[in-house]
Design a binder for this molecule. Structure first.
Ligand SMILES: Cc1cc2nc3c(=O)[nH]c(=O)nc-3n(C[C@H](O)[C@H](O)[C@H](O)COP(=O)(O)OP(=O)(O)OC[C@H]3O[C@@H](n4cnc5c(N)ncnc54)[C@H](O)[C@@H]3O)c2cc1C
Length: 426
């Protein structure tokens, strides 16, 4: 299949910001004078984004909202059904909602997602539970929003394809040939392609990350996440449940349709093949046992996808004119549903620094300083929770039950947990 270039029809050859385009919407924390701050963008400013997954598309849209042009390079054919083939769901935090509001696309995302009104956390079916309820928040706020990745990708792709600041080149393979302090030179399908900044959003197995960056943390978990969609007899009313089991968490996440939920079931790696090869009725029986009967009988309504789990982070987020964003820089355990939400914070920080300072070392250093500690902290939290919960230790069970009581009864502690889970840091 030949690569296709789906251009921004009004993009000039140097990929310059053009005066005749509609005025850019300025968002974020930009404090300077709009004209002066944008002037550096008019001197030939080429941003290439690698990867047209969730983070690549959100990155290009975030630049576009600031009037910055970019070109996305994607390995897959974006018209092929397999491009959207992701059975996972994403729980978006309140902080991500605010980000999408600023991009002007939240209403569309809200129309394909369901609110999470309540979160119940249980320790291996023990009596003490922690209940996080939306009615403990400000009026109109909820604990989060759940969106199916395939629908999310379709929506973002439509936005990207109709955005005059974004060009997509799909079916393509690239290789970085030179990376210096001024530009990055690639071969793209055999031809030379130059850019001022290469933004790497090609996910957790990024080839450029492996070539140009070293890891700070690389911890494979001996766990897999199995994920699928179930239908249940009773409406979920926006309730999410997370059972911490000795093999790992079993999460039930409410979809937009009241009678459907997404399940993320973490199991030990050595159980994976046996569990996936179970006859359908036995698999369903095991799922129903973990799920419980609070929503009645369940049926499995999708394929079952499996993901090996690990924690990963790089020592640096940029190297000359290459910068890492989202999963290319950090991967965490999905038990708290924070991976992409952290990536969205990266994207907002990178785009606002580039708007303010240009595509230079100062911007990239500031971006790294703003994001690395927060991402590392989330990696530590999810790693500690997984270590603390995914075991059979009786002592740890007692400690956990004590912690559950404290979380439930000590209101300021609970509020702090909620604030952090909603993506707020101040
Ligand atoms: C089970 C599970 C549940 C999760 N739940 C949540 C949740 O509830 N909330 C949350 O915030 N996060 C969640 N996450 C994390 C989230 O799914 C990831 O952070 C997110 O999918 C990363 O998106 P990405 O675009 O960075 O990477 P990817 O989705 O991997 O996309 C990378 C893109 O780059 C392309 N690409 C790869 N290599 C190349 C190349 N050489 N050239 C060109 N293109 C290339 C790929 O084709 C793809 O389109 C979960 C993760 C798992 C495993």
């Amino acid at each position: 299949m030949l690569p296709k270039i789906i251009p921004n029809l009004r993009l000039n050859e140097t990929n310059e910001f053009q005066d005749d385009l509609a005025q850019p919407i300025l968002i974020g924390e930009h404090k300077g004078d709009k004209k002066n701050s944008l002037s550096h963008l008019k001197t030939g400013f080429g941003i290439t984004v690698i990867g047209c997954g969730l983070s690549g598309m959100i990155t290009a849209l975030s630049f576009a909202a600031r009037g910055i042009n970019s070109t996305i390079i994607e390995r897959q054919n974006i018209e092929s059904p397999s491009f959207f083939n992701d059975i996972r769901t994403t729980a978006l935090t309140d902080s991500s909602k605010v980000f999408f509001e600023k991009l002007g696309i939240w209403e569309k995302i809200a129309s394909i997602s369901g609110p999470i009104n309540d979160i119940y956390v249980a320790d291996n079916k023990a009596p003490e539970m922690v209940h996080f309820a939306s009615n403990e928040l400000q009026v109109g706020q909820v604990m989060g929003y759940l969106v199916e990745n395939k629908n999310f990708k379709k929506l973002l792709l439509t936005e990207v394809l109709t955005n005059k600041h974004i060009t997509i080149i799909d079916n393509s393979s690239y290789d970085v040939k030179e990376n210096n302090n001024n530009k990055c030179i690639l071969t793209l399908n055999g031809s030379v392609h130059e850019c001022d900044l290469l933004v790497v959003c090609d996910g957790s197995n990024s080839q450029t990350r492996q070539k140009y960056f070293s890891c700070e943390t690389n911890k494979p978990y001996t766990q897999y996440a199995l994920t699928f969609i179930v239908q249940h007899e009773k409406p979920h009313e926006g309730s999410a449940v997370e059972h911490f089991m000795p093999t790992g968490p079993f999460a039930i996440l409410p979809l937009k349709d009241q009678n459907f939920s997404s399940v993320v079931w973490t199991i030990k790696s050595d159980m994976k093949d046996a569990v996936l090869n179970l006859p359908k009725d036995e698999f369903l029986h095991m799922v129903q046992q973990n799920f419980g009967l609070f929503l009645g009988d369940i049926t499995i309504k999708s394929e079952i996808a499996s993901f090996p789990l690990r924690a990963y982070s790089t020592n640096k987020y940029y190297n000359k004119r290459i910068v890492l964003v989202a999963d290319s820089a950090h991967v965490i355990h999905p038990l708290a549903g924070q991976g992409l939400n952290q990536g969205i914070k990266d994207i907002e920080s990178l785009a606002s620094n580039i708007l303010e300072f240009g595509a230079n070392t100062h911007s990239l250093e500031t971006y790294q300083n703003m994001r690395k500690n927060d991402n590392n902290a989330m990696l530590e939290i999810t790693d500690t929770l997984n270590t603390l919960f995914s075991n059979n230790s009786r002592i740890l069970h007692t400690v956990r039950q004590f912690g559950f009581k404290a979380a439930e009864k000590v209101s300021p502690f609970k509020k702090l947990l909620i604030k952090y889970a909603m993506g707020r840091r101040k």
